[in-house]
Design a binder for this molecule. Structure first.
Ligand SMILES: NC(=O)c1ccc[n+]([C@@H]2O[C@H](COP(=O)([O-])OP(=O)(O)OC[C@H]3O[C@@H](n4cnc5c(N)ncnc54)[C@H](OP(=O)(O)O)[C@@H]3O)[C@@H](O)[C@H]2O)c1
Length: 347
């Protein structure tokens, strides 16, 4: 071990949820120790997720360490490593998995970055080798940084559909845009929903062939009927569900009998009053309602293999790139829902 870097710059949450006050603060602090099985990573890019803004504003229902480091999507380079590290070398491009205890998908416990433990919004990170995945070589740092959370979530949410089948992707956020890229690469028929005609128009221009089917869930409260029409009354094979209680029953109503609803988010809030029809619809349509919690290290390795095999690029779903120092403004931008796709911070 030749660790020479002993401090890092990191943003930590202020835990002050008052509107208008800074949500993160830049600190210089000692680096965690480099154990024999750990790796020191120089971070090049961190991408933001809705979750980061939600936690920073006190909206997260799960436990969060006080004044923790936010963010769970990063891409960086191995600059030092312990004597016992076997699978990685200096210069390797890596990212930590977002649930650092989810290696195979069968572990009984979990530890989420930026919640149960510190996240990745820092210039240097130390992680155990087993919690790191190698990133695709063809991607730049910005593109690679969206893989661990948004990418792996989209990957696991889409599991179970086959070429030629149909998928409803809700919204134009980071997970949705990644799911759109994967669905297109996998030969799926895509219906994209959004609350904004402007965003839908932009997406249609960006994904012209085959024409993107779209539904506006804000101007059409019966959007699920529209989805049924677009699938000749049968319903889609799979829904990437981000609305939660406000949209789940409608999502199940426009899923084909025996299809899958992947529950990724709950952006419309959590109101059990809106779920009165849940069980009858679930049973009637024989829907598989599946909770998604990012994915395992194995999932991320599989996703990276698919991204490499297709030489997939993500420039078209990057909303904007901001400097590291603008983290507070970036979190507010996400909180206000201004983005289409991913906001990435370059370090
Ligand atoms: N379970 C997991 O592992 C996991 C991982 C990552 C994210 N998530 C969750 O997934 C959700 C999306 O995350 P993200 O990072 O992609 O967020 P994001 O980038 O902030 O995107 C949010 C987008 O979702 C759309 N949306 C908002 N309310 C909606 C509703 N009621 N119904 C349908 N669409 C709605 C909006 O699109 P338009 O403006 O186009 O309408 C909005 O821009 C969040 O709830 C997040 O917490 C879960």
């Amino acid at each position: 071990m030749t660790q020479q870097i002993t401090t890092r710059r990191a943003f930590r949450r202020t835990d002050d949820y008052t509107p208008g006050t800074p949500k993160v603060k830049l600190v210089t602090e000692p680096l965690p120790p480099l154990t024999p099985t750990a790796v020191l990573i120089k971070v090049h890019a961190v991408s933001l997720n809705y979750r980061d803004a939600n936690i920073a504003n006190g909206g997260n229902p799960w436990p969060v360490v006080p004044h923790g480091i936010p963010c769970n999507d990063a891409a960086g380079e191995v600059v030092d490593l312990g004597d016992g590290v076997k699978s990685l070398a200096r210069g390797d491009r890596v990212a930590p998995i977002v649930d650092t205890e989810n290696i195979t998908g069968r572990e009984a416990t979990r530890s989420w970055l930026a919640a149960d433990e510190d996240g990745v919004l820092a210039d240097y990170l130390v992680f155990e080798e087993e919690k790191l995945c190698k990133l695709p070589d063809h991607l730049d740092w910005v593109g690679a940084s969206i893989i661990p959370c948004a990418g792996v979530t989209a990957w696991t949410a889409l599991k179970g559909v086959e070429i030629g089948q149909s998928v409803l992707i809700q919204g134009t956020g980071g997970v949705a845009m990644f799911a759109l890229k994967l669905a297109r690469a996998a030969g799926l028929k895509v219906i994209l929903s959004s609350s904004s005609e402007t965003k839908l128009r932009k997406m249609k221009e960006q994904f012209p062939s085959p024409p993107l089917l779209t539904v506006n869930y804000a101007t059409n409260p019966e959007w699920h009927e529209e989805v049924l029409k677009l699938t000749d009354g049968a319903g889609v094979d799979l829904v990437v569900e981000v609305g939660g209680t406000g949209s789940l029953v409608k999502s199940m109503k426009c899923t084909r009998r025996g299809g899958i609803v992947s529950q990724v988010g709950y952006l419309s809030g959590q109101d059990p009053q809106k779920l009165k029809e849940l069980l009858p619809v679930l049973i009637d349509r024989r829907v598989v309602l599946r909770g998604i919690n990012a994915g395992s290290k194995h999932d991320m390795d599989d996703l990276c293999a698919a991204v490499s095999a297709t030489q997939m690029q993500f420039d078209d779903i990057i909303d904007s790139v901001q400097p590291f120092e603008k983290a507070d403004e970036a979190i507010e931008y996400i909180w206000q829902g201004k983005q289409v796709g991913k906001l990435v911070m370059r370090i």
